[in-house]
Design a protein around this ligand. Structure first.
Ligand code: CO8
Length: 259
């Protein structure tokens, strides 16, 4: 898979997407969103891929949307366009496999919003996260005003959105914005280890569990519970459910086939 602005590598069922615009700290321009959208669709439908890691490499995650490209945009262009950033992040969020963001250095604005579209975030202890859009006279329009409050609560999200301040990896962990903080030299190993752990589980059950959480967050509790029950029931039609429970009763590890 060859792209202009990202690198995609697949190894042992784990796909790694690396943002590749180092000269502008991986700023996200329209080509990045196009490439990310395509990669999300391709990896999402590739059965050999069991988990996805998204990273900016070992210096920076992403310093936000490309301000150079955005500066001269008009309201008409922004409002009538096909919302390439939202489309790309929605596609990434809905890949039916675990997506882990491995964050080194800055994850700002659209970069932070990209990380928010992942299922799990692991940060190096040198990471700095924030939504500085307010300082540019705009708001976090890459899902930040929606995904961040759902993740950390509206009070803390508003503080970050209204101030535009950056926070450390440790503070991001304290407020639940990242799942884990590790040293920079352990970041990729940790992300890979977590991806492999997820990949060892039943792929259908995992996809259903992800869907139940993601879809449930858009519903009220009653509808969410109803949706959860549908997903739960469907899994009883899979071979993995038979194998998982048989393996437990036979006191041996399960061998999931993803069907
Ligand atoms: N866009 C374009 N270029 C950038 C960006 C950016 N977001 N960030 C850095 N660069 C460029 C710089 O212009 C510079 O280029 P050059 O060498 O040609 O001058 C190069 O990257 C290196 O940057 P700095 O020299 O500034 O590096 P520093 O280490 O001094 O500072 C910072 C690093 C603090 C990260 C600083 O670069 C900075 O503040 N960047 C902007 C951060 C920001 O405001 N981000 C939010 C952008 S708006 C946004 O994300 C809206 C999202 C909503 C829609 C899209 C959703 C996904």
């Amino acid at each position: 898979m060859a792209y202009e602005t990202i690198l995609v590598n697949i190894e042992e069922g784990i796909a790694t997407i690396t943002l590749n615009r180092p000269e502008v700290l991986n700023a996200l321009n329209s080509q990045v969103f196009e490439d990310l959208a395509d990669a999300a669709q391709t990896l999402g439908s590739d059965d050999s891929v069991r988990a996805v890691i998204i990273t900016g490499g070992n210096k920076v995650f992403a310093a936000g949307a490309d301000i150079g490209q955005m500066a001269s945009a008009t309201a008409v262009e922004i409002s009538t366009g096909d919302r390439p950033s939202q489309r790309a992040l929605n596609l990434l969020e809905n890949i039916p496999k675990p997506v882990i963001a491995a964050i080194c250095g800055y994850a700002l604005g659209g970069g932070c919003e990209l990380a928010l579209a992942a299922d799990v975030r692991i940060a190096a202890d040198n990471a700095q996260l924030g939504l500085p859009e307010i300082k540019l006279g705009i708001l976090p329009g890459g899902g930040g005003t929606q995904r961040l409050p759902r993740l950390i609560g509206s009070g803390r999200a508003k503080e970050l959105i209204f101030s535009g301040d950056f926070i450390s990896a440790q503070e991001a962990w304290r407020i639940g914005l990242v799942n884990k903080v590790v040293s920079p030299d352990q970041l990729f190993e940790e992300a890979y280890k977590m991806a492999k752990r997820f990949a060892s589980r039943g792929a259908v059950a995992l996809a259903m569990a992800k869907s139940a959480v993601n879809e449930g967050l858009r519903m009220d509790l009653e509808a969410g519970l109803e949706y959860e029950h549908k997903c739960f029931s469907l899994l009883f039609a899979t071979e993995d459910q038979k194998e998982g429970m048989k393996a437990f009763l036979e006191k041996r590890p399960a061998k999931f086939q993803g069907k």
